[in-house]
Design a protein around this ligand. Sequence first.
Ligand code: AMP
Ligand code: MG
Length: 372
Amino acid sequence: MGKKKSGTGAWSADPRDALRAHPDFDLFQMDRGGTPGWEDDKGAAKKFGAQRGGLLSELQERLYAEGRTGGSRSLLVIVQGLDTAGKGGVARHVMSKVDPQGVALRSFGPPTEEEQRHHFLWRIEKELPAPGLIGVFDRSHYEDVLVARVDELVAPEVWEERYDEINDFEADLVAGGTTVVKVALMISHDEQGMRLMKRLDRPDKHWKYSASDLSTRRRWDDYQDAYADVFRRTSTDVAPWYVVPADHKWYARVAITEILTQTLIDLDPKWPSVRWDPMVQRRELAQTLSTRALADSLSETDEQVEKSIKSNREVQKRAARASKVGDGSDPVADADATAREAEAYAAAAAAMADQQRTRRQKAEFLAERDGT
Ligand code: AMP
Ligand code: MG
């Protein structure tokens, strides 16, 4: 019997709903080998994730364009998890789907001497994503209520106050236009042990191992308690936590890809409108072109404009389809998808009218040349 070929699969629930840490969330009951919202297999997940690449990168490019033209929105993705949970892999994997120019990846290690002299949020503030960018944090200010608490780097009354400070800090960020997505990769004790052993077994992975990983592992229960408090005290309405079972790397990856895609769909970044008139600019540019180049340009007008119509309609259609997760029985999501499709058709109609104007204008330029 041949191996069963995987289909593309689909989410049975938006992972943002399936993984969100609500007040009643219980970390100790969570199955870390689970795949909430995904009932298909690994092969299907990989295919689905790969298909999301095009949509994710188009949405990211729009956000970037918006940021370059006066927009103030940005996206901050905070990735937390213990050693070997897959933080670096997720950052690399997800970010490989978008233009590197639009992403800023930052890892936070033990604070330097200078950083220690400042408030714990000082080094974080310096690394926040500029408008239009997606910032990815591999570890973050949450270490200041995780390792700082477990290793007793500061007194309990110090870390105790930090939860509220973090909530205030993130609320300000969100108010300023940054969408904050927090994902925690949670692996089981056994899985971490196996992954650490693999690092020891493979010389090419030795560089990832640190002798201190073992002392951290010995404090497993304290870390779990500290993580449980993070979810209990800092999963807010404006900046919720998504707790991702991470024993299956393929699940963690496809889940985070989907969380980001859906977040960007909701942000709905649009191509910026410009302040100059293309008709005026085109006339000036035409004066610098030879008659031959002008004729060539006229003949490729349709092709250029059709490309932009196509990419616009494609992104709208994919966004519509992507927001229709589940069985399509959600009337709000359906109405939203229909509205997006209508918007896409209106945009296409406007672009076609524009195409005709462009063609006419170029033909006029050529006629003027003939006349001289
Ligand atoms: P890695 O992510 O494997 O490169 O390791 C980074 C190390 O930096 C981990 O052991 C973290 O616990 C440590 N670290 C990160 N942030 C802090 C912090 N605020 N205070 C103390 N240690 C930290
Ligand atoms: Mg490490």
